[in-house]
Design a protein around this ligand. Structure first.
Ligand code: 13P
Length: 268
């Protein structure tokens, strides 16, 4: 059984004061679900230290929004996975669509970043997804498959199992326009099917164990419908992760959809 995972991507938002206020309200809410759901927040780099301290021993993980493909050296502006590991990060997003579209990260570059994160024993969260134009021209499957294939080419098929795949249709990110449960279901099934179909004969099929999560305008009002889909194993949340009530409510929906509420864990 796949344990659901919920990750808050704060993007380039926050301040020392705002982070403190958010975490004080968020932690009591998230604590209710931490046994049934893997939970993480990804603040901007300058705040990792602050947020790590605020997370303390809550069991809620720290994550980062990107990592260099390199271990160290003359790469101004970059941060290595080793540094993130030292700061206590457990998850690292790679290939977020904002990195791909605004900063030109190619499939190959994203794959190299995936490898660097994986090599450190951290969990890379590989973000994939199509633009509106690609959806309208029926290229969704081929775009998503080539984004995943680049990682398989880089790290090998079995190593993909070290990561989480996040399907985030570009047109649904920050737009308030959520993909419908039907659209999400089709893509998640395709991803699992693509991985199953591409397993080399000697390799074990990793598709059933791989967590595939959804991101793109997830909010309290649509979270339960999305998380109830059979192939959706959690969420990657942007805007709503900056609001304690909303992120707490979304975590509750994920716990509910997975059928294991904390109270039930403790009493049975
Ligand atoms: P929104 O939830 O704000 O649409 O952002 C999704 C996202 O990009 C998470 O990585």
């Amino acid at each position: 059984m796949r344990k659901p995972v919920l990750i808050g991507n704060w993007k380039m938002n926050g301040s020392l004061q705002a982070n403190q206020a958010l975490m004080v309200r968020l932690l009591p809410r998230l604590r209710l679900y931490r046994k049934s759901v893997d939970l993480a927040v990804c603040p901007p780099l300058p705040y990792l230290f602050q947020v790590r301290d605020l997370l303390g021993y809550t069991g809620i993980a720290l994550g980062a929004q990107n990592a260099s493909a390199f271990v160290s050296g003359a790469y101004t502006g970059e941060v290595s996975a080793t540094m993130l590991q030292e700061m206590g990060c457990r998850y690292v997003l790679v290939g977020h669509s904002e990195r791909r579209t605004l900063y030109g990260e190619s499939n190959q570059e994203v794959a190299a970043r995936f490898r660097a994160v994986m090599n450190l024993g951290l969990t890379p969260v590989l973000c994939v997804g199509e633009s509106l134009d690609e959806r309208e021209t029926e290229q969704t499957s081929s775009v998503v498959e080539s984004q995943i294939q680049a990682v398989i080419d880089e790290v090998g098929f079995s190593a993909l199992a070290n990561g989480v795949v996040a399907y985030e249709p570009v047109w649904a990110i920050g737009t308030g326009r959520t993909a419908t449960p039907e659209q999400v279901s089709v893509v998640h099934q395709n991803i699992r099917g693509f991985i199953a179909a591409n397993a080399p004969e000697a390799s074990q099929d990793i598709s059933e164990g791989l967590r595939i999560i959804y991101g793109g305008s997830v909010k309290p009002s649509n979270a339960l419908d999305l998380f109830s889909l059979a192939d959706v194993d959690g969420g990657l949340i942007g805007g709503a992760s900056l609001h304690a009530e909303d992120f707490g409510s979304i975590a509750g929906s994920l716990a509910k959809a997975s059928g294991i509420l904390e109270g039930e864990c403790e009493t049975h």
